[in-house]
Ligand binder design. Structure first.
Ligand code: SF4
Length: 170
């Protein structure tokens, strides 16, 4: 099996999808797990996404989205290793009246990915914890009019106050 590099421009592949409620606050999101993650975070809970495996998303994206009535957002769990293709997917999803979020393991906003509505940045660090941790290195932003609005506080457990809280995997 072949691993991707940071500049990998092969077509994006995916390994599963599901409707999620907490990865993007205030949205009902269809999360799509993109394989070939180049970031290799120590302590990653999703190392099955490191390999470049699965089906080509370009072949299935339209059909996947059409299965779900009532979603408000599509959340890519990875995918910025091919920004050109991801940008095309973002445009298509917007044309369907949905918002788009990207979870990336990059520590800064990827300037080559355009027109996102939300983004989570930051590698996973066991010491710092995920988005729900007060010491997290990760950030979650809503993006409006090219302004990045920090909404990381919405992931704190005491704010969510939900019995079944599950830490986002990326
Ligand atoms: S935590 Fe996410 S970004 Fe980091 S290696 Fe795992 S899948 Fe990739």
């Amino acid at each position: 099996m072949t691993r991707t590099t940071m500049e990998d421009m092969r077509s994006l592949k995916y390994l599963g999808y599901s409707v999620v409620f907490q990865e993007v606050p205030d949205e009902i999101s269809l999360a799509i797990n993109i394989s070939g993650c180049p970031y290799r975070c120590e302590g990653c809970h999703s190392s099955y996404l490191w390999e470049y495996e699965g089906r080509y998303l370009k072949d299935d994206l339209e059909a996947i989205i059409s299965k779900f009535n009532g979603i408000t957002c599509v959340c890519f769990m990875g995918g910025d290793q091919n920004a050109n293709e991801l940008n095309a997917f973002i445009d298509y999803i917007h044309s369907q009246g949905l918002k788009v979020c990207l979870y990336t393991g990059r520590d800064s906003v990827p300037c080559d990915v355009k027109n996102l509505d939300y983004i989570k940045i930051g590698h996973y660090s066991k010491e710092c914890g995920g988005l729900d941790s007060p010491t997290t290195n990760q950030k979650f932003y809503a993006i409006k009019d090219n302004k990045y609005i920090d909404q990381t506080f919405k992931f704190r457990k005491e704010i969510i106050n939900a019995e079944n809280y599950k830490e986002p995997m990326h």
